[in-house]
Design a binder for this molecule. Structure first.
Ligand SMILES: Nc1ncnc2c1ncn2[C@@H]1O[C@H](COP(=O)(O)OP(=O)(O)O)[C@@H](O)[C@H]1O
Ligand SMILES: [Mg+2]
Length: 254
């Protein structure tokens, strides 16, 4: 069986500027993969090419064994700026996403699914509020709930917690971990947070500096799951201390 997401010998140039060079990545179905790398090295560009919002200059991208020709319902993306529709409520934003992505659901089912995912990210009480009434962290939760409600086979997360304070960030990471551990979708997540990458991932890809950036390390996170719960956090921290050190060194040295 081919891998779920395959980038084959990709290069990506804008004019004479080569952002990504000679990069190949294969992600198995159900794997959670993080991409770490210096700012501007091409991480968002990489996700956009998988999403079908941008295309490689040479090489191919495929998902589920088919070439990516544009966006599709098999892939869902969460952006750093969450991009909610300001005139719809939190619930309305999720229902709106469901309308096109899951046309088999009727109106009542859309509401039920939206409320279930709002509950999972701790926002049941805020379902009726518009984005302008929600904090940044709450808006980000709605974005995550929307992506999970659509339940795409492949979830693409571009620094989903980038703009949040440390406490909210941690809380959302743990919620994402719980939701993912229940659904085991294929996930590619860009982050600049080493601890976040380790906590969530099966595998961490490290990209080097651009121009002509590529993946310079591909590291498995072997710590068992589930990774949090009663008394587990300390054990996990000890297990991954060496890995953490290695990733920080890779990011610092390249
Ligand atoms: N549409 C575009 N036109 C020209 N250059 C672009 C475009 N999009 C991205 N770039 C360039 O590609 C490089 C990688 O950008 P990006 O993928 O956003 O990096 P990252 O997400 O790793 O910070 C940057 O140098 C950026 O200026
Ligand atoms: Mg980016």
């Amino acid at each position: 069986m081919p891998a779920h997401v395959v980038l084959s010998d990709i290069t990506k140039s804008y004019g004479s500027h080569t952002v990504i060079a000679e990069t190949s990545i294969a992600v198995a179905e159900g794997q959670f993969v993080s991409i770490l790398g210096p700012s501007g090295c091409g991480k968002s560009t990489m996700l956009s090419m998988i999403a079908g919002l941008d295309f490689p200059t040479t090489g191919t991208v495929s998902t589920g064994g088919r070439p990516v020709l544009g966006p599709g319902p098999d892939r869902g993306m969460v952006f750093q700026d969450h991009a909610l529709l300001p005139w719809l409520t939190a619930r309305g934003n999720i229902e709106f996403g469901l309308k096109s992505a899951r046309p088999e659901l009727d109106r009542a089912e859309r509401t039920r699914v939206a409320d279930r995912y709002l509950g999972q990210v701790g926002l049941a009480h805020a379902a009726h509020l518009r984005p302008s009434r929600l904090s940044g962290g709450m808006q980000q939760r709605v974005g995550i709930a929307r992506a999970f409600a659509i339940d795409p086979e492949i979830l693409l997360l571009d620094e989903p917690f980038g703009a949040l304070d440390a406490l909210t960030r941690r809380e959302l990471q743990l919620q994402l971990l719980d939701i993912w551990e229940a659904s085991r979708r294929t996930v590619l997540m860009v982050t600049h947070d080493v601890d976040e990458a380790i906590l969530l991932s099966d595998r961490v890809l490290v990209m080097g500096h651009g121009p002509s950036a590529t993946v310079i390390a591909d590291i498995a996170v072997d710590a068992p799951r589930p990774r949090h719960g009663d008394g587990f956090d300390d054990t996990f921290d000890k297990q991954v201390a060496g890995l953490r050190h290695k990733l920080i060194e890779l990011l610092g040295n390249n």
